[in-house]
Design a protein around this ligand. Sequence first.
Ligand SMILES: O=CC(=O)O
Length: 329
Amino acid sequence: MSSDSKPIVLVTRQLPSQAQARLESLSDELTIRQHKSTSPISRQDLLDGIKGADGLICLLSEKIDSELLEAAGPRLKVVSTVSVGYDHVDTAALKAHGTRLGYTPDVLTDATADTTVLLALMASRLAKRSLEIVTSGTGGGFSLSTGLGTQFTKKTLGIVGFGRIGAATTQRLMPFGFSRVLYTASRAHPERAQPFKAEHVSLPTLLAHSDLVCICCPLNQQTEGMFDAKAFAAMKPSAILVNTARGAIVNQDDLLAALDRGELAHAALDVTVPEPLPKGHPLVRHPNCTILPHIGSATEETRNAMGNMAITNMMAGVFAEQMTAEVEL
Ligand SMILES: O=CC(=O)O
């Protein structure tokens, strides 16, 4: 194919190594424009790079809206996001533009559930405090009565959003000894819940009874700001909150006030608004808040699988074929 007639694809980031090699192997079929960096593309470079493109591979850091679609022009057939969440995409604008949307569910379920467990254990066993003591050299060694965390034996687990990641998180946490599992979801999932005897309850009931609350739901109009002052006031003062979904599900000002008031014991967050939080942000400094830099799916295996699925979705979109995972717009 001559370079003039080859479809043009914009890729907004350096992909993980195996996926990058596959992308480069497609250069006979595609004209690839790539922001070959591990840092986000600037908005201006995105708007310039998308002009006349047939396909886009993007990340959750890029806002896909009508301005971008207008800059792209009528050839843009597919947006393929390297993420399971697509709250950064204006789906109505995409539909109106006649552009398909690919995403990467399933392949990141295990890694994200692992990260949720990691944060739950870090919070329950006060890992932030212990790491700081060792790093600052202020620790006095083994202590019988200080630095004591809590354990999950005979406690109640609350899962907010009982999709693939919520269920995988529950499966991993059950061996820690939870005696009861509650979940909220827009509808009951009896089959998914059955192995754990998980009970479908309202959010207030889940918050009132859970010792560990894990947010595993997508960000949308219903869930934005769902964890606000009222929700924190309803939690057990001994409870731990883990968020590996999206930062905007939690009202961070309300969370800070709730932690200061002792309305919950600890918040462990993989996601925040913005990402990263500015240096010295009160939540970063808070002794009862543990923050990771959005590493939910960050394993070699998973990120390569996500990159590969995004390439497959992009190719299917550009050549009018069936995608591995397409969002119904
Ligand atoms: O947060 C990551 C994703 O949505 O894949």
